[in-house]
Design a protein around this ligand. Structure first.
Ligand SMILES: Nc1ncnc2c1ncn2[C@@H]1O[C@H](COP(=O)(O)OP(=O)(O)OP(=O)(O)O)[C@@H](O)[C@H]1O
Ligand SMILES: [Mg+2]
Length: 253
């Protein structure tokens, strides 16, 4: 099977930085995985995501999506095929919820009826009544509702790959748990590849088919959640688990 995403010896260094943001990263993500990228602040999680959709380009090495070197793909074309959700949701404030969700389908030239049906389908998917929410503006939504709209906007044209960079930040625990459940269901039903950044160990263990622990630009471990808990590969992973209350036998202390 062609990997959904591959990093081959990828290094990214920002101007003036003492050490690279990503340092000789090698990684293979198979289609259909829900990879949770886990690490502390500044570890390189967002950089990793942005190298996939070419918001950054590597200094050396190759990033491949579906077997194709992304440096050979026009960035706009590439991004149209990749769903992207950022922490601040990035909704367009002057556009209604429906218009926000319809963005990529509109660019792709879908007809009006198909777009309308898709918007309703997606709002229902995250339990927002289309009759109530279609015509609202982002400022008229709660934080959790905005994050739901941000999530389904990225799903609108059914991309094969979804990149989610801490999409559920700044949200109360109950809303966050229900968003996580919705994301799990959407991932299961779609069969697509999801890469989800979080600094929350519990979230990563709950959501991930795989967890990618990353620190100081280097991969610390790429493993299934149970394996990570049972056999943390580096002192960083051990400390990350311990700091968030996970004991050696995998139970929360
Ligand atoms: N545009 C940039 N210019 C210069 N340095 C940058 C830039 N973007 C990121 N960095 C640096 O690269 C390193 C990795 O940053 P990155 O944003 O990938 O971290 P992160 O793991 O996403 O952190 P957080 O959890 O805080 O979002 C950091 O040291 C950061 O300061
Ligand atoms: Mg980040």
């Amino acid at each position: 099977m062609t990997p959904a995403v591959e990093f081959k010896d990828v290094t990214k260094r920002f101007a003036g930085a003492a050490s690279p943001a990503l340092d000789h990263v090698n990684l293979t993500i198979q289609p259909g995985e829900l990879v949770c990228v886990l690490g502390t602040s500044g570890g390189g999680k967002t950089t990793l995501i942005k190298l996939i959709n070419r918001l950054h380009d590597p200094d050396s090495g190759t990033v491949l999506v579906n077997g194709r070197d992304v440096s050979t793909i026009d960035p706009v074309t590439l991004r149209r095929g990749i769903g992207y959700v950022i922490q601040q949701t990035g909704l367009f404030p002057h556009m209604s919820v429906a218009k926000n969700i319809a963005c990529v389908p509109t660019i792709l030239g879908w007809d009006r009826d198909r777009i309308d049906a898709r918007v309703d389908e997606l709002l229902n998917l995250v339990h927002l009544d289309p009759a109530v929410f279609r015509d609202r503006y982002p400022a008229q939504l709660s934080g959790g509702q905005q994050q739901r709209v941000g999530l389904v906007r990225a799903l609108a044209a059914s991309p094969d790959l979804m990149l989610l960079d801490e999409p559920f930040g700044a949200i109360d625990a109950i809303t966050r748990a229900s968003l996580q459940d919705e994301l799990l269901r959407i991932h299961r039903d779609s069969g697509k590849t999801f890469i989800f950044v979080t600094h929350d160990v519990t979230e990563a263990l709950k959501l991930g088919t795989k967890v990618l622990a990353i620190d100081e630009g280097r991969i610390q471990q790429y493993a299934e959640p149970d394996e990570l808990l049972a056999h943390p590969a580096t002192p960083f992973v051990r400390e990350l688990l311990a700091c968030q209350g996970y004991t050696r036998d995998g139970r929360r202390g």
